[in-house]
Design a protein around this ligand. Structure first.
Ligand code: ADP
Ligand code: MG
Length: 618
């Protein structure tokens, strides 16, 4: 038999390996920025077009490369940063695997121009799919310019899996910020489709943070410092009031590399104990320095997890230093000279605060016959199982009268004529109010023909709100209220991108939000029934949930948002309900198209059959 195993040609091997290192435009951006930093640049410029899909260009004024190195750098495992295995324990550079440029060159059209300071002419190389197309001397500035065109041009499957420009650009922003936050002494700029996004001048760490996240953050961060013989931690944490429900600005860096570390994250959260609500996440920028030999940095370039030899010591150092910073803060006088213009609402000239206007249906009376309620909610059509037929019948129905509904089990027991119901109760309601009661402020229980109906109060609200806001798809205006003092919210560049992506859908769901630039957004209207003092928190949770959800499901974006909004609006409903409130909730629930299923797919209600009750009590 003939032998079958063959060595793959380099171009093929590189293309396969490239998939591991370069997953999206942002991965290429990360590698190129890190190379520029490693080359000692003091100015680094990043230009992208179409969120990096068509062009990524990095220009640096670092050491540059010789003619031979310019050719060599595209070889796999070609690096100037380590020479032997033992060097792995003293790594100070960001790169060391020598894989990035080889990977990029395998899956894109790459142009490199580079010149060393002591050389008169530089080198220009064009390489495509690992094949060198040309190499010639060129006159160029000292340093390196690298242009990546049409990433994945020869791997259509990969290209196909790229996300929208918004999403890909957000990943690029993330990588850019992670590098820029470590090197305040380097000038960084970022242009997207020729528009400047960041122009970060040289400064100290605080200035860099402020440049990136906006001036509002300046008065809101506190310095942290802890130094022991083995570990050092410096950086900033946000004052307790900056803690948000949404994950945003949580940055750990270890020896200059962005890392994620749930254990150390917990150390920060622990230090904030009691100062912030349970679900809130404090913001922090913490820079850890340890001896390179005590850190397992030999991890995959696309991974951000790291093992520390002195993890426990780090935990203690972080917890103590953060607590200390918070303690200093609360002891120090509260005179605050910081002005944070973006956080206060500055009324434009001639602006007069108006009473909030609430758009609502003047005919709506919760205690009126529910039929009217149905008409008032024209967007809602009676649900498919035809409950309303059953419902209509009730008025004339007398005790013992059998109704058969094969699909449903709501054969209701009407109260007998001489039952005296409280006057507030709608005469024609589905359930007699005096037969409704509440359990644990969470469930409403009602007596139905076949047993016991249990309704999850919160899920019922979610269903109702979900249908109320999402059924307005066809151009109908949703009931919304104008907020008395339009509220400003300051978002990170990434969250600003997220909100821009969904701003139109939010508008159709009752949230009119406009951008003021620089990551500041104004919330002008919210859906009616929403308490306006909770808007900022609400938007935070909404963004957080949306970010989480976005990756998971393929639902329509607007429906997804409606579900998230319903979930968040209904959260605050764990409360004692008056009888007529229960009544109204149940009526509204059964006016929904799909009363039995919550927006997240779980059950809103359940009937425990009499037989089951029998069994339980046997
Ligand atoms: P690594 O960074 O892991 O060494 P890369 O593939 O990213 O591997 O780069 C290969 C080599 O090319 C680097 O070791 C470095 O010597 C050289 N190089 C890459 N980018 C630059 C740059 N911007 N300026 C100077 N040298 C560079
Ligand atoms: Mg590198």
């Amino acid at each position: 038999m003939s032998d079958l195993i063959r060595l793959l040609p380099d171009s093929v091997a590189n293309q396969i390996a490239a998939g591991e290192v370069i997953q999206r435009p942002a991965s290429a951006v990360k590698e190129l920025l890190e190379n520029a930093v490693d080359a000692g640049a003091t100015q680094i410029k990043l230009l992208v077009k179409d969120s990096g899909k068509t062009l990524i260009q990095v220009i640096d004024n670092g050491t540059g490369m010789s003619e031979t190195d310019a050719r060599m750098c595209f070889e796999r495992h070609a690096t100037s940063k380590i020479r032997e295995a033992s060097d792995l324990f003293s790594i100070r550079t960001l790169g060391f695997r020598g894989e990035a440029l080889a990977s990029i060159a395998a899956i894109a059209q790459v142009e490199l121009k580079t010149r060393k300071v002591d050389e008169e002419v530089g080198t220009s190389i064009i390489i495509e799919g690992s094949k060198v197309k040309s190499q010639e001397p060129v006159a160029c500035a000292q340093g390196t310019t690298i242009i990546i065109k049409n990433l994945f041009y020869n791997v259509p499957a990969r290209r196909h899996f790229l996300k929208s420009d918004n999403v890909e650009f957000r990943h690029i922003l993330e990588e850019f910020q992670r590098v820029a936050l470590v090197h305040p002494d380097i000038e960084f700029s970022l242009f997207n489709n020729d528009k400047p996004v960041f122009q970060l001048t040289k400064g100290n760490l605080r200035q860099r943070i402020v440049h990136i996240f906006g001036s509002f953050i300046n008065g809101k961060i506190l310095p942290v410092e802890a130094k022991t013989e083995l570990v050092s931690v410096i950086g900033y944490i946000g004052k307790p009031e900056t803690a948000r429900k949404t994950r945003g600005e949580q940055y750990f860096f270890a020896n200059g590399r962005f890392i994620r570390h749930p254990y150390l994250h917990n150390a920060v959260v622990q230090a904030f104990e009691e100062l912030i609500p349970d679900s809130a996440i404090p913001l922090y920028f913490l820079y850890i320095e340890v001896d390179p030999s005590t850190i397992d940095i030999n991890i995959h370039p696309t991974k951000t997890e790291v093992n520390f030899q002195h993890g426990q010591l780090l935990y203690a150092s972080i917890r103590t230093s953060v607590k200390h910073a918070l303690g200093m803060f609360s002891l120090s006088p509260t005179i605050d000279f910081d002005t944070e213009p973006t956080f206060d609402f500055v009324a434009p000239k001639g602006y007069e605060p108006k009473e909030p206007t609430i758009t609502l249906n003047p005919d709506y009376n919760p205690f009126k016959k529910p039929q009217n309620f149905l008409k008032a909610n024209a967007g809602m059509t009676p649900n498919r199982i035809g409950w309303e037929k059953m419902y209509e019948g009730i008025a004339g129905q007398t005790e013992g009268q059998e109704r058969n509904d094969e699909n449903r089990d709501f054969q209701l027991i009407p109260s007998s004529q001489n039952d005296s119901a409280p006057t507030l109760i709608p005469e024609n309601s589905l359930f007699e109010a005096n037969r409704l009661f509440q359990v644990q402020n969470r469930f409403i229980v009602a007596n139905v023909k076949s047993g016991l109906l249990i309704v999850d109060q919160q899920k019922a609200y979610e269903r109702i709100i979900f249908e109320r806001i999402s059924s307005n798809a066809e151009g109908q205006a949703i009931a919304r209220q104008r907020v008395l003092f339009p509220q400003n919210i300051q978002l990170s560049a990434i969250d600003a991108e997220v909100i821009t992506e969904i701003i139109d859908d939010l508008d159709s769901l009752g949230f009119e939000i406009s951008s003021m630039g620089g990551g500041t957004f104004v919330i002008n209207t919210v859906p009616s029934n929403m308490p306006s003092n909770e808007i900022i928190d609400f938007i935070d949770s909404l963004l957080e949930d949306y970010k989480k959800d976005r990756a998971n499901s393929a639902d329509d974006q607007r429906i997804k948002l409606a579900r998230i909004i319903a979930g968040n609006m209904a959260v605050k409903t764990e409360k004692t309900l008056k009888v007529e409130e229960m009544q109204q909730l149940i009526d509204e629930l059964f006016a929904c198209q799909v009363p039995e299923v919550a927006p997240d797919g779980s059950k809103v209600l359940k009937i425990i059959q009499v037989q089951e009750i029998d069994k339980l009590l046997r």
